[in-house]
Ligand binder design. Structure first.
Ligand SMILES: Nc1ncnc2c1ncn2[C@@H]1O[C@H](COP(=O)(O)OP(=O)(O)OP(=O)(O)O)[C@@H](O)[C@H]1O
Ligand SMILES: [Mg+2]
Length: 384
């Protein structure tokens, strides 16, 4: 067990690292962060900040030496860097788990070979592969880069008649998977923590809506039948077991019209859809991750209240810093800003969590409070 007072190393200093660090501090831990950006969001709340690329051996060694246990908040860290740190200090989740989850081919092959339901896919490494793969699907498909995808980047929606040469040139990626388009009724995620003794505990499912590949909002609890919720929870726990996870895993899922679930993606870290657990659950995803990697008992995941979380993207800053008054005046509203100085369209700058008596109230209150802020930035109101 790594008790409070010890130092947790975090590779990656984005908003996830910042929220992990803030939680760890409250629990009495010290924090060391490694990130390439000097002005990274976790920097101001860490005890030690190392500014270096993720493959800088000297910085990795310094992080390991300063830490009692190391975790990460970002998927695109070279697995070799994690292995180097793991030769000096415990790293959770294990570098092998990141290696599987950070690459779509490996991730999908893991899911398929373990018998976990996922969309049909083909591996593609050339225009001619793409031509062959397209013939295996009768309907719409998605070409997804094998490496470095996030927020829908590196993806191309394709129709059966599309020319493979043109599509491959447009995608401009070395390797990809071609995946069937899934006509889902809902997107879900389940966050599951698992400890070194093999005990796992999952938060109740979250309901997600994406726009242009980016998470727009999360609703809690997800509005599901008990049967679907139980399937989603069981599936996430079985995946965590199969991976031998120690830490927290976000499992993104599609719910099909008849209630069947397919796994979309795995993220062996805290997850954007889990931000509302800070306000809506006894224990937040951040604390559960810290508890799992430090070998502390898990905290209760029981819900405290329904909630909705809205991502605040850089698009809101097009006419300067937004006036947050409507959000600050919202009873049950909690504004989180990540301290990023540069706003860009699509960049996650913060989020708003709204607590309310029902999920529908939380959605409505958040949507209404954000409408004038969006309007000032020249953006239409969000759909309910
Ligand atoms: N096969 C599919 N059929 C229909 N919609 C899809 C499919 N794959 C992805 N999407 C949509 O695009 C979104 C982003 O896709 P995905 O989660 O695969 O990519 P990502 O860029 O890695 O995202 P993340 O930021 O979650 O890592 C999904 O949440 C979903 O809304
Ligand atoms: Mg995703």
């Amino acid at each position: 067990m790594i008790p409070p007072g010890k130092t947790i190393g975090i590779i990656g200093g984005g908003q996830l690292g910042r929220m992990l660090a803030l939680t760890a501090r409250r629990m009495g831990y010290r924090i060391a962060v490694l990130d390439p950006e000097l002005a990274c969001p976790a920097g101001p709340v860490a005890d030690l900040v190392l500014t270096a690329p993720f493959d800088d051996s000297k910085a990795l060694r310094r992080l390991a030496e300063a830490s009692d246990v190391v975790t990460y908040e970002f998927e695109n860290i070279p697995a070799e860097s994690l292995r180097q740190v793991a030769s000096l200090r415990p790293v959770f989740p294990d570098p092998a788990v990141l290696h599987t989850c950070q690459h779509r081919e490996r991730e999908k092959q893991f899911l398929q070979s373990s018998g976990f339901p996922c969309p049909k896919f083909e591996v593609v490494a050339s225009a001619s592969d793409l031509g062959t793969a397209l013939k295996k699907f009768s309907g719409k498909t998605r070409l997804k880069s094998s490496a470095f995808g996030y927020d829908g980047k590196g993806q191309l929606a394709l129709e059966p008649g599309n020319d493979p040469e043109t599509a491959w040139a447009q995608a401009n990626i070395p390797r990809a998977i071609l995946e069937e388009h899934v006509p889902f009724v809902r997107e879900l995620s389940v966050l599951v923590a698992r400890n070194a003794q093999g005990r796992s505990l999952a938060f109740p499912p979250l309901e997600n809506r994406h726009t242009a590949g980016i998470l727009e909002r999360t609703v809690f609890p997800a509005r599901l039948t008990d049967a679907v919720a139980n399937d989603a929870l069981a599936l996430a726990r079985r995946i965590a077991d199969k991976l031998g996870l120690v830490g927290l895993l976000g499992v993104e899922m599609f719910e099909l019209p008849e209630g069947k679930i397919l796994v979309n993606e795995l993220a062996p870290r805290v997850h954007n859809s889990g931000h509302l657990t800070v306000e809506a659950c006894h224990t937040s995803q951040f604390e559960q991750q810290i508890r799992a990697v430090c070998g502390l008992p898990f905290g209760m995941v029981a819900p405290l209240c329904p909630a909705a979380m809205f991502n605040l993207l850089g698009d809101l800053w097009t006419k300067g810093e937004p006036d947050w008054s409507p959000v600050l005046a919202l009873p049950g509203g909690v504004l989180h800003l990540y301290g990023k100085t540069q706003a860009r369209p699509g960049r996650k700058m913060g989020h708003l969590t709204v607590r309310a008596p029902t999920p529908e109230d939380a959605i409505r209150l958040g949507t209404e409070a954000l409408a004038p802020i969006r309007q000032s930035a020249g953006l239409p109101a969000l759909a309910l």
